[in-house]
Design a protein around this ligand. Structure first.
Ligand code: TNX
Length: 541
């Protein structure tokens, strides 16, 4: 039963076990009451045990569970002891206790992950052991793109639960893109009235001749967002919102044509984009655009308490700025060298704006081009290079190179994989991903806050597709981000696969539609109608 994922720092097992029964009590000290509430709720669902409240730690003695703070431990560190006195989980902060509670759930076996007990008469046992554990990185993230395909709120809450089960703690919420605007902004209602729906959708990759001829869309109201942020916080997950500027903005321009480069194209003719790729229709670098987005970010800051706010900054083609008299005048007026300078001025504006409000900007590694704003952090996605350059320049970095942790890329070669993306990133590739490149000195490496896996959803139109792409690779990623693994070549991938056998049973109980080790099930395959070049060079760039 100790086939834990992610692997803890140390486990010392002894003979014997604690048996949880209907008489078992759960005690939580004041600081860990929230964790106690979470643990009681999920265990009651899966096991049927009431885990009545203990008034003091002694009530949890023998066959109960105690939760409390041990100030000697780090904030996310925990110790789980199961012995003749019962089960005691101590953490340096509530987050540490919460991760310990996740470990306890795994120790109880796969059925503890169900929503209702299979039967009432079974025993629930936890072996005698001592687990000491702490995360390697403080940023253990998952990015979910809800712009390309909208994921209704329930699905997002479910992903937060799946993240928590894997001890992931940063949810990077990609809320806007060319193909959809997904967050209600009260002062600019057309962003969702117009920007959250597209008339049709390209099927498969962008070279496909096929379309799904039906409207697609949806958005989160501000109350939905508050609920998501609060649900995440209960699970010790920080939500980092992304509003992508100045590229990836066609949905916003379709809603408010004055945001685009009106002296280059007729932006009133644009609609929410219905295909994939890098879009030439970018924001105009005008005062009107800046004021508009300051308004957007003001509402965003009210909804998301996170230290970091993501402003995108990726894939912003400069052609329209080259042809725009307005953009060229701005370049001259600001004394900039070129259009790259304009992009960096644009990002720099929001860096200063966010910093003045006590937040920090983070953006995709393109924000390094033309000079990176001081204090800004970088999501390094086009490989390690951006992250290395940023760390050397003293900027914080989240490593998420597409070569390793892009979960939209296919997980095996062959015609059965249901994605039109040529690159193969296997479970083992992800397991051998190292967030800190050897090029960095220990001093520079301190700027690597951690890592995240990214789920872009061009080809994932529902939650079953997202599950298929995310799992099992997200489990490998979680271990990379949490556990103190050795260098990639020395990692025990056979041991990991052995533990995965137990983990698949947990994912089954959770209802995750993962990719089975033997390949996709018939319903997970996709008929060969995508116009996809199989296993060739990446067709999506
Ligand atoms: C690049 S990663 C993008 C996304 C795409 C993704 C597909 C990044 C910052 N931009 O817009 O969805 O590739 O893999």
């Amino acid at each position: 039963m100790t086939e834990l994922i992610p692997a803890p720092r140390s486990v010392v097992a002894g003979p014997g076990e604690v048996r949880l029964t209907e008489h078992s009590r759960l005690y939580a000290d004041t600081a860990t009451e929230g964790v106690g509430h979470w643990l009681r709720t999920v265990l009651r669902q899966g096991t049927g045990l009431p885990l009545r409240e203990g008034r003091e730690l002694e009530d949890a003695g023998g066959d109960g569970v105690g939760l409390r703070i041990d100030p000697e431990l780090g904030p996310e560190e925990y110790r789980l002891v199961s012995n003749g006195d019962g089960i005691l989980i101590e953490g340096g902060g509530p987050a540490g206790v919460f991760w310990g509670a996740q470990t306890l759930r795994q120790l109880l076996g796969p059925d503890a992950f169900r929503r209702a007990p299979l039967r009432r008469d079974r025993a629930w046992a936890v072996p005698y052991l001592t687990i000491e554990d702490a995360p390697r990185f403080r940023w253990r993230g998952l990015m979910l793109d809800v712009a390309r395909h909208f994921m209704p709120k329930e699905g997002v809450l479910r992903y937060l639960d799946l993240m928590a089960a894997h001890k992931l703690n940063v949810f990077h919420f990609h809320l806007t893109d060319d193909q959809g605007w997904r967050i209600e902004i009260k002062r600019h209602p057309r962003l969702t009235e117009i920007g959250s729906w597209r008339a049709r959708t390209k099927t498969g990759h962008r070279a496909s001749p096929l379309w799904e001829e039906k409207p697609h869309g949806g958005y989160y109201t501000q109350d939905d967002i508050r609920e998501i942020v609060s649900y995440a916080a209960e699970r010790h997950i920080t939500v980092v919102p992304e509003i992508d500027v100045p590229g990836h903005s066609q949905a916003a321009i379709a809603a408010y044509p004055e945001l685009g480069n009106t002296d280059v194209i007729d932006t009133t003719a644009l609609s929410v984009w219905d295909t994939w790729g890098i879009n030439p229709n970018v924001l105009a670098p005008t005062d009107n655009t800046l004021r508009f987005y300051e308004g957007v970010f003001e509402e965003v800051l009210e909804l998301f308490p996170s230290e970091f706010v993501h402003v995108g900054g990726d894939e912003c083609p400069k052609d329209q700025w080259r042809r725009s008299a307005t953009a060229q005048a701005r370049i001259r007026e600001l004394g900039l060298a070129d259009e790259d300078g304009l992009q960096s001025w644009f990002i720099g504006h929001f860096d200063a704006w966010l910093t003045a409000r006590g937040r920090r900007l983070i953006g995709w590694d393109e924000i390094l081009e033309g000079g990176l704003a001081e204090g800004a952090a970088v999501s390094s996605w086009r490989g390690y290079a951006g992250g290395i350059a940023a760390a050397r320049a003293g900027h914080d970095v989240v490593m998420c190179p597409e070569q390793q942790v892009y979960l939209d890329h296919r997980q095996a070669p062959g015609p059965e994989e249901p994605v039109p993306i040529g690159w193969v990133r296997t479970l083992e590739d992800v397991y051998r991903f190292e967030p800190v490149p050897p090029e960095l000195t220990p001093e520079e490496a301190r700027h690597v806050l951690g890592s995240q896996a990214n789920l872009w959803t061009e080809v994932m139109e529902d939650h079953a597709r997202v599950d298929y792409q995310a799992f099992p690779r997200l489990a490998a990623f979680a271990e990379v981000a949490w556990s103190a693994l050795p260098a990639p070549a020395e990692r025990d991938s056979a041991g990991f696969e052995h533990r995965m056998a137990a983990h698949y049973r947990r994912l089954d109980a959770l209802g995750v539609a993962y990719r089975p080790p033997a390949g996709p099930l018939p319903w997970q395959r996709r008929p060969g109608v995508l116009g996809r070049p199989i296993d060739g060079p990446p067709p999506n760039r």
